[in-house]
Design a protein around this ligand. Structure first.
Ligand SMILES: C[S@@+](CC[C@H](N)C(=O)[O-])C[C@H]1O[C@@H](n2cnc3c(N)ncnc32)[C@H](O)[C@@H]1O
Length: 392
């Protein structure tokens, strides 16, 4: 084992970095990488009060509005400001990825790998009382944590969360459904159908039984709908029948009625995150070899990342923006995925991210893509690429 900094890194990891052309010195930031919070803009005037609450003078992140940094040892979870949802933890590089989406009021946004939900919360907060966010994640327990978060921060009114595979998820924003609703109801097609009522944290027994039966069918190999585990009052779900919610739309309709913005914050090896790497000091480096360094797993991941990006782009409307990000710094999971995607999707265009010149990041191997690394950016490592969809 070799000490690269205050963080000892095992030989196998150093080899992984070497093979992937990653400079191990980025890990020398070690424990000194600050943590970040976002202060909801409506509470900006209460900054001093919040500082008194957490007993620390927050440092403003000059390059990212409403973000503040603090040393990693300062605890915010017990503060009133945190418990009341005025501040929440989100890394500044993640904030940059969300701001690259250029969220506008009324946008319908898809977050294909949503859990545990820091970026999703920021999107919801930027939307305020408008638009909608559809969060998808394959891991139910992680998405349940995301549900807790949006409810805790009182951001869930315009949100719906589905447990589903982001590589095949195909539901469009609710606006398409409203036409469908009127057409079908006019013809009286949905007499006894289950209609979504307002969400309550304790689901009625009948509904829980229905979900259980459906899940069983899924296990038996019958095609299963994505599982809806949360929807807010203004998410468009309330009042819809199940058929309406799960209706399929054609790819031509998606060009016009798809999502305005899509975030594909793909599953990855997390090698850019010092916090994640530090966990292996306790879990054991052999666990890291299995979970991070295993070449076969990495190959599977790059296939998944490409499929997630491709499906996210499919659900984007013409003129919309898609941001692809990973917290890995390997070329295989980033630039190589982007290159392959661009070569197979004529109507995809890589865009320059507004304002990036003032961000503490570097250009990726492909111009217009960005790399945040712990040493230069003092954030968690993140790769970010932004695309738009052109009309064919
Ligand atoms: C990097 S994390 C996302 C972090 C999240 N965007 C945030 O800001 O908190 C990647 C997520 O992708 C999810 N995931 C893995 N495979 C997936 C798939 N096939 N479809 C959807 N989500 C998937 C994982 O469960 C994990 O929660």
């Amino acid at each position: 084992m070799e000490a690269t900094s205050n963080l000892p890194l095992p030989d196998a990891f150093l080899e992984f970095l070497n093979e992937n052309g990653i400079d191990p010195s980025i890990y020398t930031a070690g424990d000194s990488t600050p943590r970040y919070i976002r202060l909801k803009p409506e509470y900006e005037e209460q900054l001093e009060e919040i500082e008194a609450d957490i007993k620390y003078k927050l440092e403003k992140v000059e390059w990212l509005p409403n973000f503040y940094s603090l040393p990693p040892h300062i605890q915010i979870a017990s503060s009133k400001a945190y418990q009341e949802g005025k501040i929440y933890g989100i890394d500044a590089a993640s904030g940059a990825a969300v701001s690259a989406l250029k969220i506008s009021p009324g946008d319908h946004v898809l977050d294909l790998c949503a859990a545990p939900g820091a970026k999703l919360c920021m999107v919801l907060e930027l939307l305020g009382n408008s638009g909608s966010v559809t969060g998808v994640d394959v891991a139910k327990h992680r998405l349940a944590a995301c549900r807790t978060l949006v409810q805790k921060y009182a951001l869930g009114e315009h949100c719906r969360l589905f447990v589903a595979d982001g590589a095949s998820f195909s539901l469009t924003p609710i606006r398409v459904h409203s036409n469908f609703k009127s057409v079908n109801r006019e013809f009286g097609e949905e007499k006894d159908e289950f209609v979504y009522k307002e969400w309550t944290s304790r689901r009625p027994w009948k509904e829980r039984k229905r979900v259980k039966t459906e899940n069983k069918k899924g296990i038996l190999g019958i095609i299963q709908d994505p599982e809806l585990i949360y929807y807010g009052r203004c998410s468009g779900v309330v009042g819809l029948s199940k058929t309406e919610l799960f209706q399929a739309v054609s790819s031509n309709e998606i060009l016009q009625y798809g999502y305005d913005k899509v975030l594909v914050d793909a599953e990855c090896t997390h090698d850019g995150s010092i916090k994640h790497i530090q966990k292996f000091e306790n879990w054991g480096w052999s666990t890291m070899e299995r979970r991070v360094l295993d070449a076969e797993r990495t190959d599977d991941l790059t296939v998944l990342q490409f499929r997630l990006l491709t499906n996210g782009f499919k659900l984007l409307k013409v003129g919309g923006y898609l941001v692809y990000s990973t917290c890995s710094l390997t070329y295989a999971q980033n630039e190589d995925v982007v290159e392959k995607f661009l070569s197979l999707n004529e109507c995809a265009e890589l865009l320059e991210i507004d304002g990036w010149e003032s961000w503490p990041c570097k250009s990726g191997r492909i111009p217009k893509t960005l790399r945040f690394d712990p040493l230069t950016s003092k954030t968690s490592g993140l790769f970010v690429a932004k695309f738009t969809k052109m009309a064919r």
